[in-house]
Design a protein around this ligand. Structure first.
Ligand code: SF4
Ligand code: SF3
Length: 549
């Protein structure tokens, strides 16, 4: 029997699954505990579903589920103890729901799924159980594939729901769907006929949660605007902030203000530079480094402490491990974790700020600026210019190249692709995929840059809003009639929800790369090809020729 089995990300070993240790660095122990955490979350969802049907809204259950799922996203949390603690918290949440249901006189069905009732307080027994409840516990490969597609989509939904909730924005329908869909995956009598619509419904809630997070971000921090972001350094001690959580970004900027400590964004936090409320801070210097997978060399050179607010963490080397801090759903054994907010209070970043003061200033690794901030509001302000450029033929095609970056050599495709695209094309991007081409001199078309960065992976929502707006302006019936090609790069489960959201919006013929998800069985992959025209990236020249035809 395998030590573990995980195939949720693009780097799954041999394109099949990691069975000894994760390519990401996750140990078998952590992987199995994450499986148990998903199992217990399903149990909470089963009970929460019953509660919701009885008009009982339990925010602690909704919160538990999205936090737990987020912890299992690739490269978010490697800390076995934190995952064990979350499993134990799940037992408490289940107990509390059960008691509340009993108080209402609601009896649990006799055939309730074991995830809702199985319990142990013995660590060894928990570890034994963890091995039994993983992905492979579903024997049928097609049912397993669809169930996991739903679960991975939900992990993305959970991550975005948590960010929105941190800003005070929640949506009961989204929470109800998360619980309903998770509970559906526990059914042994569910078939393809019910799972396929559930996958599509997951995509619908992907759109909804990204819209909610967009509202949360823009109402809290203003609409992203065109911004030249400095990628060089200053001569002050500094903190590097990575991940996706803008509430953490806000509080770190507030607490570092006036301390002599600068703040730089890293990887997916780059789009924080585009928000008016953050730009006003003089000590917010710009962005340092590139996509997540280059972090070892970059953190080494940064000299100061780094704060991970979410994924993507690469297991740190001893040379800088003492400078790594995690917070929220992220974690790594042996690194300092900044505690969650207590009601009405901010997080306390004083320790990392004091740490920064003792460190040397960052070593310069790049210089100059990059341009971003093309979220929907900004692009719609430029709509006349864009429409004129399309009508005059100055812009022939748009290429949506959203998604993730990763370390595989085959991802050079995206750099080569962007370089070889004809000059009358524009790339619309979001997510850390952008680092493959956002520093290339690709020029502009009549003042419109050829790479328009909307923001983080969740801001793929902006790209959908822009497409809808163009469809309206050009008076088209179908989004697929637009001169837009989708060439998406995926890595982790947030990209899965972005993909499902695009499918739900009716986008056809998406090109996906660099490899097919290992969790798609041949039959499920075949279905996606036939139903949605999904195809895999090929050779740069041939792909460009095909897309431009
Ligand atoms: Fe392997 Fe990806 Fe799972 Fe890590 S997250 S264990 S690399 S499949
Ligand atoms: Fe990147 Fe991890 Fe996916 Fe948010 S930070 S897009 S990979």
């Amino acid at each position: 029997m395998d030590n573990m089995f995980c195939y949720q990300c693009q780097e799954a070993s041999k394109g099949v699954g990691c069975t000894v240790k994760g390519v990401c660095g996750k140990t078998d122990e952590v992987s199995n505990l994450q499986d148990l955490l998903v199992f217990i979350s399903k149990g909470v969802a089963v009970l929460n579903n019953i509660a919701k049907k009885n008009e009982l809204t339990l925010s602690e259950a909704d919160e538990y589920i999205y936090e737990a799922l987020f912890m299992t996203i690739t490269n978010a949390n490697f800390d076995d103890q934190k995952i064990l603690d979350k499993i134990k918290e799940g037992f408490e949440v289940r107990k509390s729901i059960t008691q509340k249901l009993a108080a209402l006189g609601v009896e649990l069905p006799s055939d309730i799924h074991s995830s809702a009732i199985w319990y142990s307080d013995d660590v060894e027994e928990l570890e034994r159980k963890a091995i039994l409840v993983g992905v492979k516990s579903e024997a049928d490969e097609d049912i397993r594939s669809l169930k996991e597609l739903v679960v991975y989509g939900l992990k993305g939904v959970a991550a975005y729901a948590e960010h929105a909730a941190n800003l005070g924005f929640t949506n009961e329908d989204i929470f109800a769907f998360i619980s309903k869909a998770l509970a559906e995956t526990t059914r042994t009598d569910i078939g393809m006929d019910e799972l396929v619509p559930l996958v599509m419904e997951t995509g619908k809630f992907g759109v909804d949660v990204m819209a909610l997070l967009d509202k949360a971000n823009t109402q809290s921090y203003g609409n992203p605007e065109i911004t030249e972001v400095n990628i060089g350094v200053r001569n002050n001690p500094a903190i590097l902030i990575s991940g996706h959580d803008l509430k953490d970004m806000e509080e770190l900027l507030q607490q570092t203000n006036g301390t002599g400590v600068d703040v730089y964004t890293h990887s997916e936090m780059l789009p924080a530079n585009y928000y008016p409320k953050f730009k006003k801070y003089e000590h917010f210097v710009g962005n340092y480094g590139n996509a997540w997978w280059k972090q070892k060399e970059e953190i080494e050179a940064f000299n100061g402490p780094v704060l991970f607010t979410t994924n993507c963490i690469v297991p740190p080397t001893d040379s800088y491990k003492d400078r790594v801090y995690t917070t929220g759903s992220s974690g790594f054994p042996g690194v300092k974790h900044i505690a969650d907010r207590e009601d009405g209070k901010t997080k306390d970043f004083s320790e990392i700020i004091e740490h920064a003061k003792k460190c040397a200033s960052p070593k310069q690794i790049e210089e100059g600026t990059i341009v971003g901030g093309f979220a929907h509001n900004q692009v719609i302000q430029l709509a006349d210019k864009v429409v004129d450029a399309v009508k005059s033929g100055a812009i022939k095609k748009f290429f949506v190249m959203a998604g993730c970056d990763g370390r595989m050599k085959s991802r050079d495709y995206y750099t080569d692709f962007s370089q070889q695209l004809p000059d009358d094309t524009v790339i619309l991007t979001a997510g850390c995929a952008k680092y493959r081409y956002n520093k290339l001199p690709l020029g502009d078309i009549g003042g419109i840059p050829r790479v328009l960065d909307a923001g983080q992976c969740n801001d793929s929502y902006s790209l959908a809003v822009i497409a809808m707006k163009l469809k309206e302006v050009f008076e088209l019936n179908d989004i697929n009639e637009l001169p837009i090609v989708y060439n998406i790069a995926w890595y982790e489960q947030k990209a899965v929800i972005v993909l499902l959201a695009l499918l739900y919006l009716g986008v056809k013929d998406i090109h996906l790369g660099p490899t097919l998800p290992a969790f798609l069985s041949p039959a499920v992959a075949d279905f996606l090809v036939k139903e949605f025209g999904i195809s895999m990236k090929g050779d740069v020249e041939a792909d460009i020729e095909k897309f431009m035809a």
